[in-house]
Design a binder for this molecule. Structure first.
Ligand SMILES: Cc1cc2nc3c(=O)[nH]c(=O)nc-3n(C[C@H](O)[C@H](O)[C@H](O)COP(=O)(O)OP(=O)(O)OC[C@H]3O[C@@H](n4cnc5c(N)ncnc54)[C@H](O)[C@@H]3O)c2cc1C
Length: 439
């Protein structure tokens, strides 16, 4: 993720640098006024390029899943490119305000002359100028509520829908206020390309076209709940494309609530029937068991995700770690392996639960693993003092040279295991993680 952002920033900065190298300034220009102006151009360019990237990633581009490692990573990149874009946008605005400091400090004599535009172009530039400030304030407010984790997700989602409108305002600002000389140079061409893809993505979002080609209708055919976890099975329309074990889908039970992502916890049996295990974790999922009824229609969008066993290296040690409801992709893996147990590779499955005696998945895991001799199931019950640590994992696994760790569960446990294993594993270790968070 970092390298993608770094490459984009480097390319934009290089094209800006190319323009700067060929620019000339009036001889009496003060260096600080030049720095201010060029700084504004650079921060403006970086901001709009990152914002365009963020808009494109928000369209859930399935074709980018393979190069970027799955939709959860795409969303993380979307988030960080958005945060950086707003950061550069704020710097751009601060540089603009810096004229109030520069004027008393160095005077206005060395200021770069303003280019005069006439007629419609001048009117449009004023319009573009007026759009920038309110759009940036709105973006800063959005950033604040995004980072404020206590802000309710369902409200945040509705607020977040304003982003394409803000993007279009800022795209207009950038296109109209960029120096006209840019458009005949690499920097302008690059900006035009960024604006074009960003505008298309924004229009797609406003027109409700995101994910539409992957959406199918379905019917709830079974519901079981123990109060904490609700099992929902759906029969889907013929347009549903087969899913691979470990993938997830967005499910809409209720139009006002909108779509929520859940892992498809069953294997694909060619019958277009899929099962979800949904844990009561918040506003909507707490009430789901009372709301969802057999026979009700649902809309499913997917499948998405790259949490797929097929991505493991053939000669690597398999370590699978599931924490709580993070067991769902592993249930799909284990179920799909039932049809060909002889092909199952050796793996250690560690399931971390609060209390194995009351856990709804322990029995299911034991049954599924009983038919798969290669899979060694380890249940870690926190109530009984058995908490999985990186050290315990290293001892149990004997630190073979290559290992694929597949993790799905709480991010705190993931961070601790990742750090502990990466610090001391004697060999190549690949840590695959399915993030259950998109904000
Ligand atoms: C790829 C993926 C797979 C998942 N698989 C499962 C699963 O198999 N079983 C399971 O129980 N949970 C799963 N989750 C988590 C599940 O999506 C959330 O617990 C659920 O959406 C919470 O909704 P809420 O309104 O009850 O909670 P809230 O309190 O509103 O939200 C809690 C958190 O859930 C996430 N969330 C809420 N609504 C959405 C949404 N519409 N889109 C994206 N994220 C949202 C946000 O990170 C939010 O901070 C998965 C999440 C992801 C991203």
């Amino acid at each position: 993720m970092k390298s993608i952002l770094f490459i984009l920033l480097a390319i934009i900065s290089a094209t800006w640098g190319l323009d700067l190298a060929t620019s000339s300034f009036p001889p009496d220009s003060h260096i600080l006024w030049i720095v201010r102006q060029e700084g504004m151009y650079l921060t403006g360019l970086l901001s709009i390029a990152l914002m365009s990237l963020s808009m494109v990633l928000a369209t859930r581009p399935a074709w980018l899943e393979k190069p970027l490692g799955g939709l959860d990573r795409i969303y993380r990149l979307h988030k960080w490119s958005g945060i950086l874009a707003i950061g550069f946008g704020a710097s751009h605005w601060l540089l603009k305000l810096s004229s109030d400091i520069l004027k008393p400090l160095i005077g206005v004599e060395g200021r770069l002359p303003k280019i005069k535009y006439d007629g419609l172009l001048e009117v449009l530039r004023e319009l573009g100028d007026d759009m920038g400030e309110p759009a940036l304030y709105a973006m800063l407010a959005m950033l604040a509520v995004t980072l404020w984790r206590r802000f309710p997700y369902h409200l945040w989602r509705h607020l977040h829908r304003v982003m394409p409108v803000l993007y279009l305002m800022l795209a207009l600002h950038a296109a109209l206020l960029a120096p006209l000389t840019y458009w005949a140079q690499p920097v302008g061409m690059l900006m035009a390309a960024c604006l074009a893809v960003g505008v298309v993505a924004s229009v797609m979002s406003l027109a409700g076209m995101i994910g539409r080609r992957r959406q199918v209708n379905g019917l709830v055919v079974a519901v079981n709940s123990d109060g904490d976890v609700t099992e929902v099975t759906c029969q889907l329309d013929e347009q549903w494309q087969a899913h691979r074990p470990g993938q997830f889908a967005f499910i809409t039970f209720d139009w006002i609530e909108g779509a929520h992502p859940f892992t498809i916890a069953s294997a694909d049996r060619g019958e277009r029937t899929i099962t979800f295990f949904i844990k009561a974790l918040g506003d909507f999922t707490n009430k789901l068991a009372q709301r969802v009824k057999t026979g009700q229609t649902v809309r499913i969008e997917g499948p998405y995700g790259r949490f797929q066993l097929a991505r493991s290296k053939p000669d690597s040690r398999q370590i699978w770690v599931a924490g709580g409801i993070g067991v769902t992709p592993f249930l799909a893996w284990l179920e799909s392996l039932q049809a060909r147990p002889e092909e199952t590779r050796e793996a250690d499955l560690h399931y971390c639960t609060r209390n194995h005696e009351s856990d709804p998945f322990v029995g299911r895991l034991q049954t599924l693993c009983a038919a798969l001799p290669g899979i060694r199931l380890n249940i870690h019950s926190a109530k009984h003092g058995d908490v999985l640590t990186a050290d315990a994992l290293k001892l149990a696994e004997g630190q073979k040279k290559k290992a694929d760790v597949w993790f799905c569960g709480p991010s705190g446990l993931a961070d601790a295991l990742k750090k502990g294993l990466k610090d001391s594993w004697n060999g190549r270790l690949r840590f695959h993680q399915e993030a259950f968070e998109m904000r």
